[in-house]
Every structure is written in C-alpha cells, then in structure tokens.
Ligand binder design. Structure first.
Ligand code: SF4
Length: 469
C-alpha cells in the first residue's frame, strides 16, 4: 500500500506534492520520492530516499525540484525488506522520458517479468512498477495513431490488459503531459481535482485520497474510472479515454482501515462509513443480549474510534479511551515482517488502569488480520485488571490473501483462515468475538460491488488459481 500525489499546471508543483505526501504519510513510511519536469527547459529533477516524507525532504532537495508538473510517492513495501532500487518514482528513457509512481500490486508480476526478460528487457529492481514501465515502453514504441494521445491510449490499453491486479498509476511524460490510469477494476483508489491559479490558468491534482485535494485547495472532479486513462497536456487540456468496460471493484479495506477518516471514495465518506459499521456491529452484539454484560467500550486507536463511538451510542454503554497509543511508533499492520510487527505492538500501547480494572470490556477494532495486535492488547487489558474482554471487528473475517496491494499475503498468517469462531476466540484469549457480516458492509457502503476477495476468496483475476490452492 502506498500514497501517490501528482500536480500539474502549478509553479509550486513539487511543494504541493510534498504537502500532499505529508497528508498521505499514514499510507506508508518506508520511503518517499518526488520527481518533477520543467516543460520549457525539457529537464527532469528527482529525489527519493528511505524514510518518512519530512526526513527525506529535510534538506534543500525540494527547492531543486523545478517545473510545473511533479509526481510523488510514499511507500509501504508489500514485498519484504525494502531496497533502494525499489524506490519510486521510477524512470525510463525510451521512447519518451517517463517518471512514474504507483500504488498497488500486479498479481501476475512473476509471469510478466519473466516474459519481458525473455524479450530482452533488463530489470534493476523487484518492484512491479518496473514491469508496468517496461510494458509501456514495449507498447508505446510500436503503437500507431495520428497524435500522441491516440498512441498512448493504444499502449496503455495493452498495459492494462496484461498487467493484472490492483494499481493506480501517475506519470510525467517528457513534453507530453501528466498521465494517470487505473487497473481495469479500479481496485486501488485514484481521485483528481482542479483549482484556478492566481493567473486564471488551471492546475490539476491526482492523488490516492480526497483529503489531499481538500488540503491543497482542489475541487474534486471525480475518480479516475476503472481502466480509464487521463492525460493532462502541458497547456492544461484534459484528454480522457475509458479503455475497458469492467465492473468497478474498489477495495473495501480503504473505508475499513487504510484511508484517512476525512477522505471519501465513490461519494462515501470514510468516517460516516465507520460510524455506520459501528451501529451494525452494535446490533450484532445485541442479538444475544451480550451488551448487558459489558461495562465499557474501548476502541483500539486510531482507526476504530468512529465505530466505537457509534457502538457506544447505540448500546448506551460508556465509551472510554483506555488504550493510549504511542504516536511515535509506526502502525503495526503496515510494518514488514512479523518480528518488527510484534516489537511495534509491544511498544505501541499503554493502558489506563482505572478505566479497565474490574470491568468487562468490549474492545472495538476495525479488523483482525493476523491477530498479533488483538492478542497483545487483550493480554495488556487483562494484566491491568480487566475482568472479561469481548472483541468486536467492523470488518468481517479476513480469510484469504490479498494480491492487490494489502500486506496479508498468505492464508496461514490470517487468524480467521481455517478457524472456527470459537477457535479464533481461544487463539486471541477473548470471551467472545463479534464480526460484521458482508451484508453489513454492503449496507454501510450503499453498494454491492466492491473488492472483497479477502473475505470470500473469490478473485476478479482468474490466473491466481495456483496461488489459492
Ligand atoms: S482482497 Fe481485500 S484488501 Fe485486497 S484489494 Fe480486495 S478488498 Fe482490498
């Protein structure tokens, strides 16, 4: 999972991208990078490094990134330990100089990389963005058309056809403009907006979340559609083409966990959705009158706060912030490797003893992926005198891997994979566990079509059958 920002038509493009990346820091803290392009001098500028956005751009780098178009990336690695060669934006110089950044994963990455290698392409990283770049090179160099956008459309259509998975891509193309496109099901998010510069020209911004548009003062124009290509030319003209007629399957995990609470997708506010999921979860707790056993509702900070508040209102049970999070420790879910994750969980939470001692706690979390955090928190609460701990998850049980950019790659790592409810309760050390169901999610999102492959094991791309066995 990563965050991307692209700005064009602004004399402060790099600075705006930098600010946007700060807003998206929750989407990944492993590395950051910005590349810019000055149309007049035809020069490109780039800087990227390991670390958080403010660390990577602590020095004079930002002021050197000139030009009216810039793209940026903040990275969370889904492929193990991060290497410098994997940092984004990445560049290719044939048949055009292109700097590109993406958010997502190709589910057929190994096959495509082998195919391209056999065709003479040389790779310097294990990043699937490099595969997208090489596919583009291959197809753009042989595409025909009466103008650049026609050729680009032909090439990107081939790229999307071959590259299976969930991805959103932004790229600057030397002298031709800023391009954005999305996989054919629109699994990973990509929104865009416009604002008027003081000299009345227009500036456009493409990014992973609407929070960036709001912060930078852009009016939302919409989402880049599934399988859609958009090019903003150097003169600000926008060209669009829908390259595939596919069903739109945005990732439900953006609303549940990943996106900032102030963002919205498909007109659905992330915060409102979390409130609704809390109400539905309250109904699940009420079903067998379990709410009568609960003294206090405690959220696992931060993502589940909204749901815990609405549960508290619905059940008429006090809400207490009994878990205090150390804000200087990274989100445990988005860390690489189980050892790092365990260490982070240990450092991350402390408990307000007076709020839990002798009480029956209903702990609310947005999701239970590996169970690492839940198990540790339940132990912490009991060590601090909690009598009984009940656990409620706004996300239904996650039983299958995600191949589209979220880091829960193998079934064995998932606590709900192959376990009954009582086995999960025992593994986590809780008296009882409550989950929302998929229909609750459909209701909260006011839609039936979205990616939920990790909940039902049904994937939109059939070629992963061997990996599902
Ligand atoms: S499999 Fe789950 S986490 Fe992955 S994209 Fe689909 S809904 Fe999101």
């Amino acid at each position: 999972m990563c965050g991307i920002v692209a700005v064009t038509g602004s004399s402060m493009a790099s600075e705006m991208v930098y600010k946007g990346l700060l807003i998206l820091q929750h989407r990944g803290q492993d590395s950051a990078g910005i590349s810019s392009h000055d149309y007049k001098s035809a020069k490109f500028f780039s800087h990227k490094d390991l670390g958080q956005v403010s660390q990577v751009f602590a020095g004079p780098h930002l002021s050197k990134l000139q030009g009216e178009v810039a793209i940026g990336h903040t990275r969370y690695s889904t492929i193990g330990e991060i290497k410098e060669c994997d940092l984004q934006p990445m560049m290719i110089s044939y048949p055009y100089t292109i700097f590109m950044a993406h958010n997502g994963n190709l589910s057929n990455f190994p096959e495509l990389k082998s195919e391209l290698t056999a065709a003479g392409h040389f790779f310097t990283s294990d990043n699937d963005l490099e595969v997208i770049l090489h596919l583009l090179t291959q197809n753009l160099s042989r595409a025909t058309g009466s103008n650049f956008f026609e050729k680009l459309s032909v090439a990107i259509k081939e790229v999307i056809k071959k590259a299976e998975g969930g991805y959103s891509v932004v790229a600057t193309i030397g002298g031709e403009g800023l391009m954005a496109f999305r996989d054919r099901h629109g699994i990973r998010p990509l929104v865009y907006g416009v604002k008027t510069n003081p000299d009345k020209t227009l500036s456009h911004c493409f990014t992973s979340e609407t929070s960036v548009l709001n912060f930078l003062g852009y009016d939302l124009l919409g989402e880049v559609g599934p399988g859609e290509l958009i090019l903003v030319k150097p003169n600000g003209e926008i060209l669009k083409k829908s390259l595939f007629e596919s069903n739109y399957l945005p990732c439900m995990f953006e609303w549940i966990y990943f996106a900032g609470a102030e963002s919205s997708f498909s007109g659905q506010s992330v915060y409102e959705t979390r409130l609704k999921l809390g109400v539905q979860l309250a109904h699940r707790v009420k079903q067998d009158s379990f709410h009568k056993l609960i003294d206090v509702i405690v959220p696992v900070p931060d993502t589940s706060r909204a749901s815990a508040i609405s549960m508290s209102e619905e059940l008429n049970i006090p809400y207490r912030e009994a878990l205090i999070k150390n804000r200087y420790v990274q989100r445990s879910f988005i860390q690489n490797g189980q050892d790092r994750r365990k260490m982070t969980v240990n450092l991350k939470f402390s408990v307000i003893r007076e709020q839990v001692e002798g009480k029956n706690i209903l702990l609310v979390d947005d999701s239970i992926v590996r169970g690492t955090t839940s198990r540790k928190i339940v132990m912490l609460l009991k060590e601090h005198g909690a009598r009984e701990v009940y656990l409620a998850s706004t996300c239904p049980p996650i039983v299958s891997p995600c191949y589209y950019g979220i880091d829960f790659p193998t079934g064995e790592e998932l606590i709900a994979h192959g376990r009954t409810l009582s086995e999960i309760e025992e593994a986590l050390g809780v008296e009882k566990i409550f989950y929302n169901e998929v229909r609750d999610l459909e209701e909260a999102l006011s839609k039936k079509e979205f990616c939920r492959s990790c909940l039902d094991g049904k994937y939109p791309y059939p070629q992963r059958k061997e990996a599902l066995a």
